[in-house]
Ligand binder design. Structure first.
Ligand SMILES: N[C@H](CCC[C@H](N)C(=O)O)C(=O)O
Length: 292
């Protein structure tokens, strides 16, 4: 492992149990390689679903640029839970916030800008942008008549139409009767890699509890089953609204807890939820038994 990481701030956090590492590489030119990301993810102390690496801002007026890595070393366009963790780090962490004043932060990923607002000690709202519903946007490998109801075989289960959307990353949702009947470990891997999804996909099973409440379980592209997924919660909320199942303001209950999603009239999705800091240190190779 390259020693350029040494001494950079390393935070192990989570957003509703979605395991997040925040690595502050601002001021550093190196970009973490896929192999380095995998090595950090493979160490039990720093195991992550997503690693959020902070770089110097690219667009004037923004506070930082974030590169997002999945457990398997691939890059993700968006990560809702991780973005809230970054917001906490830059606004509130004793060391890297550098006494940040105010309650608003402008972040940027390869998918565009992300504005974060602090709501409380550990509670943040993120403007997750505008969802895209075209088959090329999701993307699908070929055109389907209706991206809110198309066919993907679910081996071993009765047919349920799939809904697709891009919220900065590809999401496929199955609106089903009861999440307890679905084993994401069983169906997730083959759906994530299904040939209909040329960039692979995050897979969700969503159960309507009430028009303002869903129970959701997620199999994430590049990370597997996670305890919570912010972008999937946005994806469920906007597809449910467009299918006439729900209103614009919904609670999404994930295995790790609840997120609030609001799809405002201006087309933007707003996600609100908590973060937790587990431990922080400076990156030192000896901290990571398996990382060399
Ligand atoms: N856990 C993340 C999503 C990661 C998405 C990633 N698995 C991908 O698109 O490759 C969230 O809270 O939104």
């Amino acid at each position: 492992m390259s020693n350029y990481l040494t001494n950079h701030r390393f935070l192990k956090m989570n957003g509703l149990g979605n395991e997040i590492v925040v690595l502050d590489l601002r001021g550093e030119k190196h970009i973490v390689t896929s192999d380095e990301a995998i090595a950090i993810a493979n160490d039990p102390r720093s195991r992550f679903d997503q690693m959020m690496v902070l770089h110097d801002p690219v667009t004037p007026g923004t506070d930082a640029f974030i590169r997002i890595y999945n457990t398997d070393g691939t890059i993700a366009g968006g990560c809702g839970n991780g973005t809230r963790c970054v917001a906490w780090a830059l606004m509130a962490d004793a060391e890297i916030s550098a006494g940040f004043q105010g309650t608003k932060l402008h972040l940027e990923t390869k998918m565009g800008p992300l504005v974060c607002e602090r709501r409380g000690d550990v509670e943040f709202t993120v403007d997750m942008g505008v969802p895209l519903f075209g088959w090329q946007d999701i993307p699908l490998a070929h055109e389907v008549t209706d991206t809110l109801a198309f066919e993907v075989p679910l081996e071993g289960y009765k047919f349920v139409p799939a809904a697709g959307v891009s919220v900065g990353n590809p999401h496929i949702i199955f609106f089903i009767d009861n999440v307890a009947d679905w084993d994401v470990h069983k169906v997730g891997p083959s759906l994530e890699h299904h040939p209909l999804f040329p960039e692979r996909a995050n897979i969700s099973f969503a159960q309507l509890v009430a028009p303002d409440h869903f129970k959701v379980v997620v199999w994430e592209r590049g990370a597997g089953a996670t305890r919570a997924c912010g972008t999937a919660s946005c994806a469920v909320a906007v597809c449910a609204y467009r299918k006439g199942l729900a209103g614009r303001d919904v609670t999404v209950s994930l295995p790790g807890g609840d997120l609030q999603i609001e799809w405002r009239d201006n087309g933007h999705m707003f996600m609100t939820g908590p973060v937790e800091l587990e431990w922080e240190d400076h990156f030192r190779p000896e901290l990571f038994a398996g990382v060399r």
